[in-house]
Write a protein that binds this ligand. Structure first.
Ligand SMILES: [Ca+2]
Ligand SMILES: [Ca+2]
Length: 172
């Protein structure tokens, strides 16, 4: 009898566990189809070598398609709130639920062996600030057609970070 009660209690607890999903205090969020989930503002290793900007693709942020449909990244504006490196994202069809690493430098957009996607913004310099700024957030993702004007107009998702350690990825 006691064993049966215990079993019932365990089943009830398991059922409850599937209902109660812990949410971090500052969970990433979005009001649109794409969400900024992580950011690596400070590429691993030196940013500049012999006066040349290097390791540009070690700097990136990660977006997730939170919908059940393919979403074209083309035109979405990553507005860094302290600068004007807000070039619109390139056209790329991101499948439902998939994640894409948005790299600062150049490369061929692709899907890797783990199923993550990679797109390249084509900058010749690092654009995400390594140092924490007073601005909060540090980056906003805005709907296509929005301006890179450092305001919240058109924003659907954002991320804030402090001083970014070398090669560290931060959850938004
Ligand atoms: Ca900006
Ligand atoms: Ca940087």
């Amino acid at each position: 009898m006691a064993r049966k009660r215990l079993r019932s209690a365990l089943i009830a607890a398991a059922a409850l566990a599937t209902l109660v999903v812990p949410v971090p205090a500052q969970a990433a969020s979005t009001t649109g189809a794409l969400m900024i989930t992580h950011v690596r503002p400070n590429a691993a290793g030196a940013d500049i070598k012999n006066n040349k900007q290097v390791n540009l693709n070690g700097e990136y942020f990660i977006l997730k398609n939170v919908t059940k449909k393919t979403v074209d990244l083309g035109g979405y504006v990553p507005d860094i709130t302290t600068n004007t490196y807000g070039r619109a994202l390139p056209a790329y069809r991101l499948p439902a639920g998939a994640k894409v690493y948005v790299h600062t430098g150049s490369g061929t957009h692709h899907r890797d062996a783990k199923g993550n996607h990679h797109v390249y913004r084509g900058y010749g310099r690092h654009v995400l600030p390594n140092d924490g700024t007073k601005k909060n957030p540090d980056i906003r993702l805005k709907k296509p057609g929005s301006r890179d004007d450092n305001t919240a107009t058109g924003a659907i998702s954002s991320c804030n970070w402090g001083k970014a350690a070398d090669g560290r990825t931060y959850a938004c």
